[in-house]
Design a protein around this ligand. Sequence first.
Ligand code: NAI
Ligand code: MG
Length: 502
Amino acid sequence: MYLPEKTGLQHFVTAEPAPVPAVSVPVTVAHGDGIGPEIMNASLRVLAAAGAALEIEPIEIGDAVYRAGHSSGIAQASWDSLRRTRVFYKAPITTPQGSGYKSLNVTIRKSLGLYANVRPTVAYAPFVATRHPGMDVVIIRENEEDLYAGIEHRQTAEVYQCLKLITRPGCERIVRYAFDYARQNGRKKVTCVTKDNIMKLTDGLFHKVFDEIAPEYPEIANEHMIVDIGAARLADTPERFDMIVAPNLYGDILSDIAAQVAGSVGLAPSANIGIDCAMFEAVHGSAPDIAGQDVANASGLLLAGAMMLVHVGQPEVAARVQNAWRKTIEDGVHTPDIYVEGKSAELVGTQAFADAVIARLGLEPAHLPVIDPAPVAPVRIATAKPVVNRPPEKVLVGVDVFVDYNGPVADLAEAMQAVVMGSYGLQMITNRGVKVWPNGIPETSCTDHWRCRYIASPGKQFNRTMVIDLLRRLAAIGVDFIKTEHLYLFDGEAGFSLGQGQ
Ligand code: NAI
Ligand code: MG
């Protein structure tokens, strides 16, 4: 109950004692870097006061572990804890710059098979300033594939490459997760966001799988947008979106846009869901610019904690936390990132904000919607296994040989043609994807990285031995080939893109 005749936080008392669930759930907790320890302490204090029955197993990850010599940022004992508890509550960590380190966030998500990154963003108008009061978007970001496979190579003096991997099972899993989430959470529409006008095979697959699966959910509207206009609309009119499903990179970018236009990156929680494990964290990073100052907003991590409580079967506690949090926001008790002079009531630091939420445990918001304990975990969705189809018939019809070379393309073409012995030929040479031979135009600027495409003559066979022979002859005349990509037909359909201008 709230004692209105008094002022100040010390006069809030909780309306009822916190119900204590019978069984404590083991949870692995990492306090992280930067603002991590501050917001994790604040969040854990609120969860404990709300009656969460959690058995905390602390682990150390991130900066200190990198500096202790683990280039992965995590020690073996921490994996043991994660594999035992299967629930991870994680504060943000700082990823060191430089090629000697891998992003620990990506490593954890992928190692634990956390394929779905669920990022709800809600506007809390008029209590948190936003130009989009009606905004309520859930972004489902694919979490394991795409450019985040982290497979990169320097191939020539001038050219670096990052491999973008998109798989059919990965697309099916995430698209199904999105529609199942929509169904379970009463959502009305899923928007698929890709760049398949350019990346016709990779993003094209994501879009195609979306179109295949959407009709299985006739009650949920579906649409597709190219990522550039999708991002523009999300920034401008987020109210028009209900749910978004996207490959990893676009999902990452879109969820920061969504969180920012909703009010603050400090407010947005995220759940990383796999078949067996789950990780709960804020959307934002370790914010080194404000670390150690007791000014960070703990809300993103706290609300992620509420998602975790639902996940581990403590929805009543989760609702208590969310309702007290909403009441605190409504009462204008704000950290600097959302504080507005004249509108907010009180400027508080990280720990005082946590105290304010604790003081309101048991209370409900008066204006914002009250959260009811969820009947089912909103993110724990058992999606159907991806369909395993008959493997397609795969026929090798040629090879792309990539060459490190400086000089006129005509000379390269002559050398690459001279080694051909058999029923195939040099079809084209491209530079950064653009056809420069035959019939290139002089305006095209070229780098030292050439793709030379050999293709079987019509009606003729091509095989791997011919590739090896070809490479042997190229090596003999001193051609510096750096990699090959095989050209396959799958059930008669080309498994490779054309050259630009081809
Ligand atoms: P960031 O999200 O840490 O900060 C961006 C801006 O938002 C900063 O101005 C920061 O002060 C502000 N901000 C972020 N969280 C806030 C909060 N809770 N309250 C108030 N203001 C907040 O992104 P940045 O600076 O690009 O990354 C910093 C480090 O975090 C990098 O090392 C990055 O790799 C890492 N990072 C870690 C993530 C994770 O652990 N899941 C996610 C994203 C970044
Ligand atoms: Mg991000």
